[in-house]
Design a protein around this ligand. Structure first.
Ligand SMILES: Cc1cc2nc3c(=O)[nH]c(=O)nc-3n(C[C@H](O)[C@H](O)[C@H](O)COP(=O)(O)OP(=O)(O)OC[C@H]3O[C@@H](n4cnc5c(N)ncnc54)[C@H](O)[C@@H]3O)c2cc1C
Length: 384
């Protein structure tokens, strides 16, 4: 990928911002199982970083997707996975469809404040009974006069306890499962919404993950993003950016995990020499670094294809799959060389280990990625 002065400037700005405004607070936010999303997003909005690829009319910078990828990579400098994930939800998961297909009024009222950092957004696809199988969601939005009346529940929703609005996927008709869905912007203070539960997790501690109930929630039909019945298609498109973003975001954390481990292993002595001096250790770290750089190359290649306008579904899926596999492999291998220290809660590598486990499950599990890749390989059996 060819990097410009603007790419470098984004990297520099984020490095400074993360060092000054985020990393000093990460341990406290992790312990509190929450971070101040409005405060952090406002500062990022003021720096112009929440709308790199969004239209200029909404306050964005209208740059191509390589800039989002560079930002996702740079956010890997944050000392936890939760805060970058929350930022990624705002910039590349809850807002791409709104930017692309939303009406002028919707973009003015919801996209522009999200880009400015005045609103926190979340994306509501998964439900208690449907995650991997997006077509199986049960939440409905029934037409009543000029409104939709929404009933159902969304589960695992990142940012949802602090969010101002949700980009919600709901069934808006009785048509076939891929043609009956719409994306709707739902303000989170609408009567009938209950933030039923904050879900405790094994990692991504600073991120709020909610179970949200919808009980006769009324929003105007004008809050629908784009055409009725195209929500599934829009969401599948939106997933491509989410998956590229997630793959890019993993790279720096994995590299840091290896570097920190080499530093520790160099200092720690066993059997008369440093842990690092044992060939099995430095060879293993060399192998892991090679894997991470292969991931970087795959992410850049997928990004180039996306920027050139091609269908990137297969490549984004391969990039996400590889990043999620490595997010399990690398921290697990590195933890080994820290001995008992690696098994303690506050160790940086144990945080990578806990946070990194999410990738293979969320945003399309590894098996979902394999299914997509197999489909593009024409090796996936047709379902009867
Ligand atoms: C911390 C966290 C944050 C999240 N944030 C959000 C969010 O902001 N918005 C949102 O909408 N969702 C969010 N999710 C939900 C996430 O995307 C789902 O958990 C994920 O899609 C898996 O769905 P599920 O949990 O229902 O598992 P299921 O769909 O029940 O799948 C269970 C397992 O089945 C396996 N599997 C899946 N498909 C296949 C297949 N074809 N063949 C074989 N095996 C398969 C996988 O191993 C999978 O893990 C989040 C989840 C977590 C844990």
């Amino acid at each position: 990928m060819q990097f410009t002065h603007e790419h470098d400037e984004i990297r520099r700005t984020l490095k400074r911002f993360i060092a000054d405004e985020i990393n000093p607070h990460v341990d406290a936010w992790e312990a509190a199982e929450q971070f101040p999303a409005h405060e952090v997003f406002k500062k990022l909005g003021d720096l112009g970083l929440l709308g790199l690829t969004k239209p200029a009319e909404s306050g964005g910078m209208a740059l191509d997707y390589s800039y989002s990828v560079v930002m996702a990579e740079a956010l890997g400098d944050i000392d936890c996975g939760a805060v970058p994930m929350a930022i990624g939800v705002q910039t590349d998961m809850a807002t791409p469809a709104l930017a692309r297909f939303g009406s002028d009024a919707l973009r003015r009222d919801y996209l522009a404040p999200a880009i400015a950092g005045d609103h926190v957004a979340c994306i509501g696809v998964s439900e208690p009974g449907a995650g991997s199988d997006v077509a199986a969601i049960r939440t409905t939005a029934r037409k009543d006069g000029a409104d939709y009346v929404i009933n159902g529940a969304k589960m695992w929703i990142t940012n949802s306890l602090q969010a101002d609005w949700m980009c919600l996927l709901a069934n808006t008709s009785e048509a076939a499962a891929h043609k009956n869905k719409s994306l709707i912007v739902v303000p989170m203070d609408t009567p009938g919404i209950t933030k039923a539960k904050k879900i405790r997790k094994i990692g991504m501690m600073a991120s709020d993950t909610g179970l949200i109930h919808f009980d006769d929630v009324r929003v105007p039909q004008t809050n629908r993003i784009g055409e009725e019945g195209l929500g599934f298609t829009y969401q599948m498109q939106q997933f491509q950016e989410e998956r590229l973003w997630a793959a890019a975001n993993a790279i720096e954390g994995l590299s840091r995990c290896i570097r920190l481990t080499a530093d520790y292993a160099r200092e720690r002595s066993i059997f008369g020499r440093s842990v690092l001096d044992h060939q099995v250790v430095h060879y293993k770290l060399a192998e892991l670094k090679t894997e991470v750089e292969a991931l970087r190359a795959l992410v850049y290649l997928a990004t180039e294809k996306y920027v050139a306008g091609g269908d990137v579904t297969e490549w984004a899926s391969m990039a996400k799959l590889k990043s999620c596999r490595l997010s399990r492999l690398v921290p697990d291998a590195c933890m080994q060389y820290w001995g008992g220290m690696g098994y303690t809660w506050d160790n940086p590598v144990s945080r990578f280990y806990r946070d990194g486990r999410l990738g293979s499950i969320a945003g399309g599990a590894d098996e979902v990625m394999l299914g997509i890749i197999a489909k593009y390989m024409h090796t996936l059996p047709a379902r009867g």
